[in-house]
Design a protein around this ligand. Sequence first.
Ligand code: WQD
Length: 340
Amino acid sequence: MSNILVTGGCGFIGSHTTVSLLEAGYNVIVIDNLVNSSKKVLERIEKITKKNVKFYQEDLLDGKALNDIYEKEEITSVIHFAALKAVSESCEIPLVYFNNNITGTINLLKTMERNNVKSLVFSSSATVYGKPATVPISEDFPIAALTVSNPYGRTKIMIEDMLRDIYKADSTWNIALLRYFNPIGAHESGEIGENPNGIPNNLLPYVAKVAVGELECVNVYGDDYDTPDGTGVRDYIHVVDLAEGHIKALEKLKTNPGLVTYNLGTGTGYSVLEIIKNFEKACGKKIPYKIAERRKGDIDTCYANPEKARLELGFEAKRGIDKMCEDAWRWQSKNPKGYC
Ligand code: WQD
């Protein structure tokens, strides 16, 4: 039986991936410091799957605690989500982001190596591409080390670079770098979903909070981009599709591929105004918005070429924008204040 250690397993993508792993017959051990998530998620995961999840409330910065877990558990592979990920916050406290995301990852990798567990799926991001010269974006596009506009995105590039160097030095590692585009939506049960602390940075949870009456009005950050309606275009992917992509990546690692890199996106872009319109359809309410100044660091358009994941992982996003908005609305309307 495969035992998968999921770091950050109480988070948005981590919790949905844990559900998919359990449903696919894996045993799951979650480690999470709960700094940006709730332990309540575990009850919800067990309610959905009728399976229990081993949980350790530990921090990746605590090397001893991490090693104790490896000694107690027979870990087969690791899926590494744990990270601070608020773009604007990372600009205010870069050192906290570098320590948490980079040092935490180094501790994890050292513990894996010491215990001879060399199978890793890493949660990377389309942010590593910076502002692409053209779209759709393929995996061989240049990494924008110089132009990525924030420390959060830079930690993703730095960790990818570390993993590429580790693999060059020791080809017995099997590593899948998964570059997510814009994950949104929720499990169709409405039991788990996106639950950002405070005012959401990202579009979809902000729109959902306006729909449920927690926030007044959506600020559309600029309508003068080089896009059909002037607002930013992104590749939104259902979080359950994304979770299923991780199962495909784990299966790929069993074939000893070495280090592999995949975009996880749909290949279709939607603008901010299109997202608002689709969400209005899902919730049956008008979503008030106003055009505001552009947000620093935003780019016009970003969407994936999903071909490589389709050909090499057999992964294809199945859920459309309607399902993404319907599932996000069900989660938000059932949990207006999140996991309170
Ligand atoms: C989407 C679009 C905004 C909020 C970020 C990170 C990325 C990943 C996903 C972690 C843009 C517009 C947004 C709002 C708006 N995160 N917008 N009003 O910036 O594409 O990606 O989140 O891994 O790494 O960079 O996502 O949802 O913040 O923005 O108009 O209140 O919505 O300008 O065009 P983004 P987003």
